[in-house]
Ligand binder design. Structure first.
Ligand code: PMP
Length: 381
């Protein structure tokens, strides 16, 4: 049987400890037993989010958390800034339009991050803007947004700062309270190393005040329903029981490691991968100043069909990486550093990439990428 190594930015590898928990028989959710798990999940998520605010759990993928973060806080006719620096930023705009919220779109070249000054100017020129929607790690480009700087800007206004941290939560730092982030949307199948099925939304008191006034039509994604029962450690609808239980185990693993150690671990994997790409003569898509440790987007050699690289790595060698999206389709590959991965997983991925690049005719010294990554790992234990 072929290996199945996921170096994709979600879903990520599920470690054996979590597979074991996911395989257990289901229990009923309206029981003290499940309530204990739910409490542990809420507490653990607050630890990762570094927040004291409410956390709500929905049975959905990451986009469900994003949808709830639009329709639960805003009303038709409201204005909101959306930052588009990639595929997932565009999703904020599309969601706003779906709910008749007027998006004020900030277009950022793919591979770069938004400047907080741009947002500051827009907010000062239009005091009616209710929310600023950004992407923590833009998974289509491998760019990290400076949330701390944005939080400083948005906190002085009536607007809320809403962050899609679907791919970044648990992989890079997010200090929700210290950085004045009002809403975080995330999901189970990225940093938490679980199957998709649990969507996570955390909301500050400032966001909750907007929630109370929101007039967007909604039912399942009405976070007021979740807020009403969260103090009783409950969910309004049947949660993704098995994944919530496994989430408690995942959060235990995170706590055992410690957030700082975890972030350093992913940073080390990311930096070694960047060194490998450079040693292969390939450039990185993201600008150095905003490059993310969540995943690395590598520009492929001119004229090479990126779809073939991804397909051959997966179908011939059992190693999954992601291709490009939108205009970058066929031009880049994206290697993730999130979840249950270590340095030998990265070396395996890099070695496979080299093999496939060679097979497709790219000229370079075989082993150069692996050697560069090995050197980085050895010098940065
Ligand atoms: N936002 C970001 C930054 C993502 O990486 C993803 C998934 N790749 C999503 C949103 C959408 O999540 P889902 O596919 O789980 O709905």
């Amino acid at each position: 049987m072929k290996r199945n190594l996921l170096l994709t930015p979600g879903p990520t590898q599920v470690p054996p400890q979590l597979c074991e928990v996911l395989g257990r028989p289901i229990i009923h959710h309206r029981t003290p037993q499940f309530q204990n798990f739910l409490k542990e999940a809420f507490d653990g998520l607050k630890y990762v989010l570094q927040t004291q605010h409410d956390v709500y759990l929905l049975a959905a993928s990451g986009t469900g958390a994003m949808e709830a973060s639009v329709c639960s806080f805003l009303s038709p006719g409201d204005k909101a800034i959306t930052v588009e620096g990639g595929k997932f930023g565009e999703r904020w705009t599309e969601l706003c339009r779906a709910y008749q919220v007027e998006p004020k779109v900030v277009e950022v070249p793919w591979g770069r991050a938004v400047s907080p000054k741009v947002i500051e100017k827009m907010l000062s020129e239009d005091k009616d803007i209710k929310a600023v929607y950004v992407t923590h790690c833009e998974t289509s480009t491998g760019v990290t947004t400076d949330l701390k700087a944005l939080g400083e800007v948005v906190k002085k206004t009536n607007a809320i700062l809403v962050v899609d941290s679907v791919s970044a939560l648990g992989v890079i730092e997010l200090k929700m309270d210290d950085w004045n982030v009002d809403v975080v949307a995330s999901a189970s199948h990225k940093g938490f190393m679980l199957p998709p099925g649990v969507a996570i939304v955390a909301a500050s008191p400032k966001a909750q005040a907007l929630m109370a006034q929101s007039k967007c039509p909604k039912y399942y994604f009405d976070l007021r329903k979740y807020k009403k029962v969260v103090e009783k450690t409950d969910t309004p609808f049947t949660p993704a029981i098995g994944i919530v239980i496994a989430l408690t185990e995942s959060l235990r693993l995170v706590k055992e490691t410690g957030l700082d150690n975890l972030f350093k671990h992913y940073e080390r994997l990311a930096k070694a991968t960047r060194e490998a790409a450079k040693a292969l003569g390939l450039s990185l898509l993201a600008e150095e100043s905003c490059i993310s440790n969540v995943l690395t987007a590598i520009n492929l050699p001119e004229g090479m069909d990126g779809g073939k690289v991804v397909k051959r790595m997966r179908d011939t060698y059992g190693i999954s990486v992601a291709g490009g999206q939108g205009d970058l389709k066929g031009k880049i590959i994206r290697i993730a550093h999130m979840g249950c991965l270590d340095e030998y997983d990265m070396l395996t991925g890099i070695s496979c990439l080299e093999k496939v690049l060679k097979e497709l005719g790219y000229k370079f010294k075989l082993g150069a990428g692996v050697a560069a990554a090995q050197t980085y790992f050895n010098e940065n234990q």
